[in-house]
Design a protein around this ligand. Structure first.
Ligand code: KG4
Ligand code: ZN
Length: 337
């Protein structure tokens, strides 16, 4: 089965073509992403109207480029997968309405995909077998969620952030530290080489009896330190970055491992932009190893952690709810059932 995936929920405009073989092997034929990030870097955050306007310009060239992977795309493509939520309404509409147009003209079914499921299914690209039950941690700019996957289409939400997402905590703190947007990758670079957590920021809800998270207090804790220091120099910026990263990662790792043990899972899946962080990846790997857990850890390759359309096509294949194009509409508030 060959699926064209389309993703436009935030600032990226993405299209991908994936071939799903009979043995569930997932082959990525193309994965094209255009981003308006440099425009948002100037304003320190995403301006929805600007994101959507850029997506209107990019969407056809991006799809056109992704379809070059096939000789006769109209004949070869079996279905069109599109993110229908959650996300920015203007951005989602660009992808959804474009997908509907292609479905109408080519007479193909649409498979609507929840963006959050996409981050989970990025793990299935290039992997042969992921055993269930699994715990998935989605850590992005908009979401921090822990979910239990008993099987495809049998996903239970365990908990999520009560305020800021983990990526949002990086981005908002980055603004305090005068870093460019999105700050996650820059904070990762600054934190490199530091080994001592000198600021010891709070680990919110780390021992709470649930799977909720709360990261909004962290930026206030960093702000207090910055006010004390006044103009942080490079060394202080490095230490602040390391301490922030440690505080966020301690909570993410502890709660994910706790859920994995409670539900006796066979796999842990990470997904979302923050999962691109090398330190988080290494810390998760060493935690699973040092606790001698009989759990396999899956983390998508870096370019599949941040928003892309390949993960949307993968989620579509495994959940395959083919729908008539007339019945699809964008849903910015979509979440887990
Ligand atoms: O999944 P994503 O591309 O978009 C959303 O669905 O939100 O995630 C973007 C988020 C941003 O907050 C960004 O700062 C964060 O992921 N991020 C990182 C890294 N790369 C991206 N955070 C920490 N370390 C990174 N290397
Ligand atoms: Zn995302």
């Amino acid at each position: 089965m060959i699926i064209l995936g389309i993703e436009t929920s935030c600032d990226e405009t993405a299209a991908a073509v994936i071939d799903f073989k009979n043995d569930n092997k997932v082959e990525l034929l193309s994965n094209v992403i255009a981003t308006s990030l440099s425009l948002h870097a100037q304003t320190g955050g995403i301006i929805p109207e600007i994101a959507a306007r850029e997506q209107v310009k990019f969407i056809i060239p991006v799809i056109d480029e992704s379809l070059k992977a096939l000789k006769n795309p109209q004949e070869k493509i079996d279905a069109i997968a599109v993110t229908y939520g959650p996300g920015l309404i203007g951005s989602l509409l660009v992808g959804v309405e474009t997908a509907k147009t292609f479905a109408y003209i080519w007479n193909k079914p649409i498979i609507p995909v929840n963006h959050l499921f996409g981050h989970i299914y990025a793990n299935f690209i290039g992997k042969n077998k992921i055993e269930f039950p699994a715990i998935a941690l989605i850590v992005s700019g908009g979401h921090t969620d822990l979910v239990l996957i008993k099987n495809h289409r049998d996903i239970k939400w365990l908990g999520g952030t009560r305020d800021d997402a983990a990526g949002e905590a990086f981005d908002k703190t980055g603004r305090l530290l005068n870093l460019s947007y999105p700050a996650g990758p820059e904070i990762e670079k600054l934190a490199m080489g530091i080994e001592k957590d000198i600021y010891n920021f709070p680990r919110p809800l780390i021992d709470s009896n649930d799977y909720d998270f709360s990261f909004s207090g962290l930026k206030t804790a960093v702000l207090r330190e910055v006010q004390k220091i006044k103009n942080p120099n490079y060394e202080q910026l490095k230490n602040l970055s390391f301490s922030l990263q440690e505080a966020i990662f301690d909570v993410l790792i502890k709660k994910t491992i706790k859920a994995a043990k409670e539900y006796n899972v066979k796999s842990i899946l990470l997904g979302g932009g923050v999962a691109a962080n090398q330190t988080l990846r290494k810390r998760f790997e060493s935690e699973v190893r040092s606790q001698k857990l009989e759990i396999e850890l899956f983390i998508p390759e870096k370019k599949l952690c941040t928003d892309n359309a390949a993960m949307i096509a993968a989620a579509a294949f495994f959940n395959n709810e083919q729908t008539d194009w007339r019945k699809i509409s964008a849903d910015p508030e979509l979440y887990f059932d």
